[in-house]
Design a protein around this ligand. Sequence first.
Ligand code: NAP
Length: 315
Amino acid sequence: MTTPPLPADMTTPVYNRVALIGLGLIASSMFWAMKRAGLAGEVTGFARSAETRDTARRIGLCDRVCDSAAEAVEGADLVVLCVPVGAMGAVAAEIAPALMPGATVSDVGSVKGQVIESVAPHIPDGVHFVPSHPLAGTEHSGPESGFAELFDNRWCLLVPVEGSDPDAVARLRALWEGMGAHVDEMDADHHDLVLAVTSHAPHLIAYTMVGVADDLRRVTDSEVIKYSAAGFRDFTRIAASDPTMWRDVFLSNKDATLEILGRFTEELFALQRAIRTGDGDHLHAYFTRTRAIRRGIIQAGQDTAAPDFGRGPKK
Ligand code: NAP
């Protein structure tokens, strides 16, 4: 994957001070990506645990790590909530009194409808709220897992709420583009449905498959691990994702995920029937259709054709 050229005007910061609340994979990647391109005058950070704050200070994550969320957001013209979806509302309530008039609050949550519902009521008059979601991640979490290239050539979806200030949206777009992402705008319902198909349901299926294999492992000793083939290994990588984050994703994107899982179950039954009845034509036609989807993803630059999906060892 190549690093996209930075926009010509990236010598001046997009924001004077950015506050990152929550210092895990996404926040730390944002910090390194902002530093790489000089997108923020100063970046402050806060995490709830002293351990994470200490780690952040030790590795130079953020220009200033604060001991309270209120201190971190003071004077910030952009505040980004980088905590699990289920914690967004409480964090927004905590920082609200300390927000600077004219500031923008954003978030990076994987679900948008529920986050907007829980955060928007706490946003004071005169402060802009522009939710976002970078479609980029790994199965790793915590302050040491981030890297500057995470968003390169990935999509970041902006989900402006009713009455979102166009200038605030444009500025946030410039930040994400400066961090290497392609930016699109979408409404919250559409976002949550698209993500249920492309991310949430696949994660649930991976969790299930690994759970099934684990049950089987008890029967066949360690053969499931020993002879683990590429398909299963990919499932285990996805199923190693952060349990808190994914619990919150499913609880907060309930309707769309259940809708997609219902369709999934119907298709699975149809394939099951084709196997039982020996309907090879059905199976072949189905797999031909799905193979074309994989080619489309590679052509769109969203993955590589390499056998390890281009993920290789981290530099
Ligand atoms: P992460 O690495 O697990 O970090 C989460 C951060 O949130 C940590 O600093 C943690 O603090 C803090 N936190 C956890 N629970 C909290 C609570 N109840 N109240 C306040 N703070 C809390 O997570 P991440 O992967 O960066 O994910 C952050 C957000 O980005 C989530 O909303 C997720 O849906 C979204 N997202 C994730 C991915 C992905 O692939 N990982 C991709 C796109 C978007 P401590 O360290 O002090 O515990």
